[in-house]
Design a protein around this ligand. Structure first.
Ligand code: RP5
Length: 165
């Protein structure tokens, strides 16, 4: 859904990435961070990628989360076209379990950084938390919400395991 006031853009190479990337969206929702999710493929819609990345800062985005699988050029190409911080999420691929995605995203040559997260859901959640942490540097209310998120997470850890699932 379009949100002109979104601070974070969540982009992904395919509809098939959404089951992973929706965890980033859910995490940003929980923290009250405005975001927008878009399909932008480096391979299938290169012109869309150029248009998105070149205009991202002027549109008001502050952080970009980019998820892709396989030959995952989307985060690196996006980072090459915008000065905004880009966090890359390697989506778990069928053929190589996301190791191809991870290696495609993580090995950026010096000069164009992509902050690369873990493969799959953990990476998507943590990309959102990192995006929120960046935004919280200039937003005291968000910083408080992030502190509360962590405190609740800590409180939710039981002292010992049980047989209940
Ligand atoms: C990448 O190719 C996408 O990011 C996706 O992870 C992968 C497969 O895409 P589909 O064939 O499922 O559309 O560009």
């Amino acid at each position: 859904m379009a949100d002109q006031s979104a601070d974070v853009a969540i982009i992904m190479g395919s509809q098939s990435d959404w089951p992973t990337m929706r965890h980033a969206a859910d995490t940003l929702d929980r923290l009250g961070v405005a975001h927008e999710a878009l399909i932008v493929s480096a391979h299938r819609t290169p012109e869309r990628l150029y248009e998105f990345a070149r205009s991202a800062r002027d549109k008001g985005y502050k952080v970009i989360i980019a998820g892709a699988g396989g030959a995952a050029h989307l985060p690196g190409m996006t980072a090459a076209l915008t000065p905004l911080p880009v966090f890359g999420v390697p989506v778990e691929s069928k053929a190589l379990s996301g190791q191809d995605s991870l290696l495609s995203i993580v090995q950026m040559p010096a000069g164009i950084p992509v902050g690369t997260l873990a493969i799959g859901r953990s990476g998507a959640v943590n990309a959102a938390l990192l995006a929120a942490a960046v935004l919280a540097l200039g937003d005291a209310a968000l910083a408080q919400r992030l502190d509360r998120f962590r405190a609740e997470q800590t409180d939710a850890v039981a002292p010992a395991p049980t047989d209940e699932t």
